[in-house]
Design a protein around this ligand. Structure first.
Ligand code: CA
Ligand code: CA
Ligand code: CA
Ligand code: CA
Length: 450
């Protein structure tokens, strides 16, 4: 029993005793007559005085007792008293107690079970809160956040932008790490590494190894010299790999003349004045069959060759080149094979013929004045041509003789590749400096397509 309790007891008992003693003293005083009575009365008054003094003491003691008014003086704060007290930032958490849940108040991130303390409240972890939290391996990256940069802490390859995690550190992408990373378009290729192979992913032609170009995001063999030209091929005559119909082969390209992008389809020669070369004369099967002729002769020197491009490459324009004299015809997306199998396709419009043939360049042949026919498979006898023109000295188309260009026939001469002939009267050479001749020397020619 402490002082306070004792005083309360004393006060209770003393109060009761006092009243009984006072009433007894009063009764004694009213009836007292002898000395014995007087003595008892004196002792009683002394007792009352003592009681009053004792009560006064107790009252002083009781008034100095102060009930619990707050934490500083109440029971010690605990982390489980359901009160926010002590150093806690929220009820029973933070400030040395356990961490607070998301949404509870905090003073620093250390007060929070997860995430960060922002604006005095615990926030859920995020990939942009400037703090490494959640499953991040470094600040705001790794885990379920975005990938970490080179040099940042990682747990697995997937934590790293480079896709390479070694020694718990994201590694710099290299061209030999067997991972598609950095600027690479494929694994260790493209983007400054070696060129990607055919079928590999690309963004630009430079991502592809030879002979690939980048078409629709994949390294592919060019369809034609024209496509190579479109992709930046420069220079003059060169050999390139193309695949017009899915099968790759090497072809001669002219990247310079008339805008470039020409694919060599065939070349022919007429031999010389002594011995005509009939290899690609008008009736040679090579003009219409599926065979190739000297396909590995990838040069433009005089000779006879029929290339895979003749069979496979659709072109919009055929151009003949007879010793440097060029002439063209639109053929609307056909292969040369289709064109020559397709039969005669020519114009008898004088404007077409003359626009092509009247030239100040130097064709080394003469032509006749009538029945000017220009185009494919001219079929007027006596002289025919695969791609060129024919003419007649008579004012009709019954006995044409002239027949110039890339596969000739004339009744009075052997079949002949490449070009020229006149073989009758009225042969006239139109170009300045050209000498009229009844029979022009056989030339050599190239058949280009674009
Ligand atoms: Ca508490
Ligand atoms: Ca974060
Ligand atoms: Ca790599
Ligand atoms: Ca004639």
């Amino acid at each position: 029993m402490d002082t306070q309790q004792r005083c309360l007891v004393v006060r209770g008992r003393a109060g009761a005793d006092a009243w009984s003693r006072i009433s007894r003293i009063s009764r004694i005083s009213l009836t007292a007559g002898g000395s014995g009575e007087a003595t008892r009365s004196s002792r009683s008054w002394l007792g009352i005085v003592c009681l009053v003094v004792a009560l006064a003491a107790c009252s002083l003691k009781a008034n100095s007792f102060t009930p619990n008014q707050g934490s500083d003086a109440g029971p010690a704060a605990t982390c489980s008293d359901m009160l926010k007290n002590g150093l806690e930032t929220d009820v029973d958490c933070g400030g040395g107690c356990g961490p607070c849940e998301i949404g509870q108040q905090c003073a620093s991130s250390a007060d929070c079970v997860a995430g960060t303390c922002q604006e005095m409240a615990c926030r859920a972890p995020s990939c942009s809160d400037g703090t490494r939290n959640g499953d991040e391996t470094a600040t705001d990256c790794g885990g379920s956040c975005g990938r970490c940069g080179d040099g940042e802490v990682c747990g697995t390859a997937a934590d790293c932008r480079s896709g390479v995690c070694a020694n718990a550190t994201c590694q710099v992408a290299t061209c030999s790490d067997d991972v598609h990373n950095g600027a690479e378009t494929g694994t260790d290729c493209g983007g400054g590494c070696r060129g990607c192979g055919l079928g590999g992913p690309c963004l630009v032609d430079g991502d592809c190894g030879s002979p690939g170009i980048c078409r629709a995001g994949l390294c592919s063999v060019a369809l034609s010299c024209a496509e190579l030209k479109d992709h930046g091929a420069a220079g003059g005559i060169g050999v390139y790999t193309i695949a017009p119909a899915g099968v790759s082969f090497d072809a001669v390209c002219d990247m310079a003349t008339d805008g470039g992008g020409w694919t060599l389809l065939l070349k022919a020669t007429g031999g010389d004045a002594v011995a005509a070369d009939e290899t690609l004369g008008y009736d040679a099967k090579a003009w219409t069959d599926d065979s190739l002729l000297n396909p590995l002769d990838l040069t433009i020197t005089a000779g006879n060759a029929k290339y895979q491009s003749f069979m496979d490459l659709p072109v919009n324009t055929l151009t003949g080149d007879l010793d440097g004299f060029r002439y063209s015809q639109v053929v609307a997306g056909s292969t040369a094979h289709q064109v020559f199998v397709g039969g005669p396709a020519y114009s008898m419009d004088p404007a077409v013929f003359d626009a092509t043939f009247n030239t100040t360049s130097d064709p080394k042949w003469s032509t006749q004045p009538n029945c000017h026919i220009y185009g494919i498979n001219t079929d007027q006898g006596y002289g025919r041509t695969r791609f060129g023109w024919s003419a007649n000295q008579e004012p009709d188309c019954a006995t044409n003789d002239t027949a110039i260009g890339l596969g000739l026939e004339n009744v009075s001469r052997p079949f002949l590749g490449a070009g020229y002939q006149c073989l009758s009267s009225l042969c006239s050479c139109r170009a300045p400096g050209c000498v009229d001749a009844t029979v022009s020397l056989p030339g050599s020619g190239l058949l280009w397509g674009r």
